[in-house]
Design a protein around this ligand. Sequence first.
Ligand SMILES: Nc1ncnc2c1ncn2[C@@H]1O[C@H](COP(=O)(O)OP(=O)(O)OP(=O)(O)O)[C@@H](O)[C@H]1O
Ligand SMILES: [Mg+2]
Length: 509
Amino acid sequence: MLAKVISCSVSGVDGLPVQVEVDLAQGLPSFSTVGLPEGAVREAKDRVRAAIKNSGYEFPQRRITVNLAPAAVKKEGTGYDLPIALGILAAGGMLPSDLLARTAIVGELSLDGSVRPVPGVLPMALAARQEGLTRFLVPAANAAEAAIVQGLEIYGIERLDQAVEFLVGRIALTPLVIDPAELFARHDGYAVDFADVKGQQYAKRAMEIAAAGGHNLLLSGVPGTGKTMMARRLPTILPDLTLDEAIETTKIFSTAGLLPEQTSLLVTRPFRSPHHTVSDAGLIGGGQMPRPGEVSLAHNGVLFLDELPEFKKHVLEVLRQPLEDGTVTIARAATSLNFPARFMLVAAMNPCPCGYLGDQIRACTCSPLQVQRYRSRLSGPLLDRIDMHIDVPAVQVKELIGQPAGEPSSVIRERVNRARTRQRQRFAGAAKLYCNAQMSAKEVKHFCRLDAASADLLNQSITRLGLSARAYHRILKIALTIADLAEVKAPSLAHVAEAIQYRRVQFEL
Ligand SMILES: Nc1ncnc2c1ncn2[C@@H]1O[C@H](COP(=O)(O)OP(=O)(O)OP(=O)(O)O)[C@@H](O)[C@H]1O
Ligand SMILES: [Mg+2]
């Protein structure tokens, strides 16, 4: 009277196989769940009982024990409903247990027996494939996202009785097959375009470099010069996602339950722009069972912080770890989880509270103390992690009216894509290294060799501007990206000089 069903849970953003064991014993009818079930899992018994009865099966009047193994890991969520129900039917003899072998099952049950979607199905499918399972029964609404995993048969299930009929072979279901290449081809453009931005050649060039190499960027300037406007157009020039990157990003959205239904894969880079009232848990991730925050949702994409000094200081400080390591670690009493968080930080700010410090026409009305207080909200360590500091001056009226439309995003994106392809070839052997900004100091040394004149210039500038060792490496990375855009092997003197110039403004702030 024992049945075993394989299910899956999610820990961080990775799937973890869970064995659901159901035992029916003689005795007073009861239902107990062991193996560290949390709230929603403990409530599974009521849903399961109603779903079994309402699907036309008999609910066994026995002492039912459900064990979720490994017993030491906390179990959360509603995805165990369907495996528990099938386990009970199998243990009660209504379903031969051997039919459940090599099959992973997940899904929430409604009281009427229909199967509802659950978060995290993509990482679960990846784990199921790694475990060597051959098929995966998932809620029909989640089938598209699971089917991106090749080499595993994905069946979308709508009702409990449908799952039973399928398992015993009375009905046939076709596994869902999805071709990732087709998804990438289907993407249909953006509503905005860089051609809308007049003038601002310097800032546009900087954004192209930042997009090509994945560098962090701070735009600073008087109000109404197009900082927000340009940042919002950044997604239109970001390089195409590779399949590996797309799966990494989709996994995070899937665990957070933010993947739209019937979406298989996010084929564009995420662009997250949290409001400045965001909490540190919202930004970094958190909660009792930790969930990914904005930095993780921006993984492989952009985190845009508009009006940077308005963010609470301690909220900005928590960005320091992910900016350096590309991951966040969230420690709780029970668990410690790692979420990936390799994003490109783009921030915008005014130079002072009134906004007009350094403007050609309008006078600034702030006192030195006010300016100092405003800037002190941004700490040195945070600014040091931002590779490019760009001044965005006011556009002249004649530029606004007279000039023809600027370069369209599609042209810029082509250059960015070519530069990114060079980077991918450069890092072909290295795991999880996709762009120049992600290089470690050791990799910078290996991949970015300067000629004597460029090295001299860089050394002099470092001393004169009093830059940190971190800044030194970051300038080298930008110089390498500029060389990639120019389609040459190594940075030249001009490339290094340009890279240094993007770093300088910070000290005039
Ligand atoms: N370079 C530009 N080319 C075309 N339109 C522009 C340009 N700069 C600003 N605009 C117009 O001004 C509007 C406001 O610009 P935007 O919101 O980007 O300014 P901002 O620099 O973010 O200002 P703030 O510092 O106040 O946030 C834009 O929506 C756009 O219509
Ligand atoms: Mg703005």
